[in-house]
Design a protein around this ligand. Structure first.
Ligand code: F6R
Length: 239
């Protein structure tokens, strides 16, 4: 595990973007696993800046996102499909047909989970998976539980996650209660993982993930077993 301490959010974002752009330079047709949420917004801004400066080319890059709320159509402004378009895809030259995200509106859970696993397999697997960290130690929407879920699946979001995400919605009742997410097994198959973390609200989760026991009660703790993980976290997260 390679660990970077950065002074603040902006430095974290810059470091993360440099790692992603190094990946694209090394393998222009790489498969990026992408995340949504507050943490990667600065990273996506920096990638956009590098693209606009002519330093990066997304024309062959493929993307597979970690998760999507259930029941939200992709043009809903709270969907993760919408988030990705607004924060990255529409600003760079990635081809829309090369972007992938679970389909929140597919009502048949088995069909959607199988389809998404197949999509990732057909892409040849993920080269670099970007991850944020939930305050309860979740990665993707793999919530604390009694086992590490292997494959893409449908989850019931915990109250802690609903509370954390309600800031994006008008009222708490609007936060979807379920989501599709890559499983822990899916995430761990990525050849390289980049975990980015900022803010004091993530301090306990970060320490439990990196230095605590490996347990599905702290889903991110499984990253201790992955052979190629980079952690970039800011001073507030390290504490
Ligand atoms: C988002 C995702 C989540 C977030 C995590 C942190 O696609 O999979 O695991 O990375 O909830 O969210 P933020 O960055 O909003 O604190």
């Amino acid at each position: 595990m390679r660990i970077y301490h950065t002074a603040n959010y902006d430095e974290m974002s810059l470091k993360a973007a440099q790692i992603i752009s190094a990946q694209i330079t090394m393998k222009p047709d790489c498969v990026l696993g992408l995340a949504t949420g507050s943490t990667p917004i600065g990273t996506y801004k920096e990638l956009t800046r590098q693209y606009e400066a002519g330093l990066l080319d997304f024309s062959q890059v493929k993307a597979a996102n970690l998760d999507e709320y259930r029941d939200l159509p992709k043009d809903n402004d709270q969907s993760y499909a919408y988030f990705m378009r607004e924060n990255l895809f529409k600003h760079v030259n990635i081809l829309p047909e090369n972007t992938n995200i679970p389909n929140g509106t597919q009502t048949d859970v088995d069909v959607e989970c199988e389809r998404y696993e197949k999509v990732i397999a057909q892409l040849g697997g993920v080269d670099l998976q970007l991850l944020g960290l939930g305050r309860n130690g979740h990665i993707g929407f793999n919530e604390p539980s009694d086992e590490f879920p292997k494959m893409t699946h449908c989850v019931n979001l915990t109250q802690s996650t609903i509370d954390a995400n309600k800031r994006f919605f008008e009222k708490e009742e609007d936060v979807p209660r379920q989501a599709y997410t890559m499983g822990i097994g899916t995430i761990m198959k990525a050849r390289k993982i980049l975990l980015i973390v900022n803010g004091s609200s993530k301090r306990e989760a970060l320490h439990r993930a990196l230095y605590g026991p490996i347990t599905p009660q702290v889903p991110a703790s499984i990253l201790q077993l992955h052979p190629d993980v980079i952690v970039v976290a800011d001073a507030d997260a390290w504490g």
